[in-house]
Design a protein around this ligand. Structure first.
Ligand SMILES: [Zn+2]
Length: 490
């Protein structure tokens, strides 16, 4: 068989974490056909990519924590992910997913939904085409909105519990990989541990996992990790802790304690993994963190506007600085923003973590990489949207030498592929799907910053999804070979 595409003379990091090996990677009909030394048959129609003996070829990176459900439709080229070397995205995180469709919800509004479940969402995105592969979680917040409503804090009735569990089960039957929660957000924060465990049983019945934005990432971090572990035990499913962190100066260092709790649970029979993003700032919807009544001067000094639909001029500026410039108190400013049309869609970036905790996180062998990028390109998004994966190589492989290159690749490829059920991906081997990234190990680095966030990284030469070149030296080819994958089968 003639190869469609060959990466010549690469340093092959196969995703296993083992040592790099020199050789070629050959692809035909979307699959890897051979790997290593030995001449591969190439014809006039073969695309040859020359790695010159100095570029690394690895499986494409898997972003385990995205909010790209609507982006598959709004930005189908997914340029901000592809340019980092990402070929697959886990969507539906933090309890919010594109299905079941909820009237008036932001994700559904983008596409003028027209779907009610994962099958319908798959048909809608597949008909339009998109560039990366995706694997879906179903979100507990979205389920709760569809069954109980968005604004109702009461406990679920037995009938509602059964309906929510059935939604999770149905999503698994349609190819989801599990259930996600966002327990600081409405309406998820009103759910008891028992409610979540019951809904998670629906995911467990389909072999899926429980992925959680846990109830507290500050002074009650350990308690929140304990709740997630308990839900996994009671539902009978693996647990994945999203964007593991300890926010607030008084909590710095707690990441270490939390990882110790997780190690202990794992040695007692739990199966807990994690992801993180390599930045000391977080980001999310302002209205979920503060109101005009609760905002403090200290919060306003630590936070900047990322996206502010009613007042775009605020974007990129600290909340406290905007208040001062407008002659308002921070409380008046927050009130003005949140009550303006479009105000509830305001996203802020908060500086609250320690660099040492990032190092502790990346040092853990079960730690994956999840950007948590919020794909709203109208504003000034957190730089993690464009920079996360190259930043791991620049900061933690080369800069601080915390982990080896092949270990970083393993955390971005085979570890998440196994965890989120991306069958035939994450490892380079004959027969595997041809998702590849070719990058310069000496030069790969992020350029996105808090003031210039929409900068694509450097050092990524080519990206291949399902055998098709989607990125070539800064140029997006426009190919849309992405698939919405089915858990454990492909
Ligand atoms: Zn989250």
């Amino acid at each position: 068989m003639l190869a469609d595409l060959v990466v010549r003379n690469a340093l092959i990091a196969d995703g296993s974490g083992g040592p790099l090996a020199g050789g070629d990677v050959a692809v035909a009909e979307g699959r890897i056909v051979s790997l290593g030394t030995g001449r591969v048959a190439a014809g006039p129609g073969t695309t040859e990519l020359d790695a010159r003996g100095e570029l690394v070829c690895s499986p494409g990176f898997i972003d385990t924590h995205t909010h790209d459900d609507a982006a598959l439709i709004r930005y189908p080229g997914l340029e901000f992910k592809v340019a980092q070397g990402c070929t697959s995205l886990v969507i539906g995180n933090c309890g919010f997913s594109a299905f079941p469709a909820v009237g008036g919800d932001d994700i559904a509004a983008v596409a003028d939904a027209g779907w009610t479940d994962l099958d319908g969402y798959r048909r809608a995105v597949t008909a339009r085409g998109f560039t990366c592969n995706a694997m879906a979680l179903i979100g507990h917040n979205t389920i709760r909105m569809s069954v109980i409503g968005a604004g109702d804090p009461r406990p679920a009735s037995p009938r509602e519990l059964a309906a929510m569990r059935a939604q999770a089960r149905r999503a698994m039957e349609q190819g989801a990989c599990g259930l996600s929660t966002g327990l600081i957000y409405r309406p998820g924060k009103w759910a008891s541990t028992e409610e979540i465990a019951e809904v998670a049983r629906g995911a467990a019945e389909g072999g899926g996992l429980y992925a959680s934005h846990i109830r507290n990432e500050g002074d009650r971090l350990l308690e929140a990790v304990g709740e997630a572990a308990r839900i996994g035990r009671e539902a009978g499913c693996p647990v994945h802790i999203s964007h593991h962190k300890a926010a607030g100066r008084e909590n710095w260092g707690r990441v270490r304690d939390s990882l110790a709790v997780i190690d202990e649970a794992n040695s007692a029979g739990s199966d807990i993994t994690l992801d993180f993003y390599p930045y000391i700032a977080s980001s999310g919807p302002m209205g979920e963190y503060v109101t005009a009544d609760t905002v403090t001067q200290e919060w306003a000094e630590r936070n900047q506007f990322a996206n502010c639909p009613p007042f775009p001029a605020y974007q990129g500026r600290r909340v406290s600085a905007v208040a001062a410039a407008e002659g308002l108190t921070v409380s008046e400013l927050v009130g003005r923003v949140l009550t303006a049309p479009g105000g509830p869609r305001t996203i802020t970036i908060g500086f609250g973590m320690s660099e040492q905790d990032l190092i502790t996180n990346i040092s853990h062998p079960r730690m994956m990489i999840g950007s948590d990028g919020i794909p709203d390109l109208d504003g000034m998004p957190h730089p993690r949207l464009y920079g996360t994966f190259p930043r791991v190589f620049a900061e933690y492989v080369r800069g601080r030498a915390v982990i080896s290159l092949q270990e970083a690749v393993r955390r971005m490829t085979s570890l998440p592929a196994a965890r989120f059920g991306l069958a035939g991906r994450g490892l380079l081997a004959p027969g595997a799907h041809a998702d590849l990234v070719v990058f310069d190990p000496a030069k790969i680095r992020d350029l996105a910053s808090y003031t210039e966030p929409k900068q694509e990284p450097e050092g990524v030469h080519w990206v291949v999804v399902n055998g098709q070149v989607v990125f070539d030296h800064g140029h997006h080819t426009g190919a849309r070979p992405g698939r919405l994958l089915r858990f454990a089968t492909g």
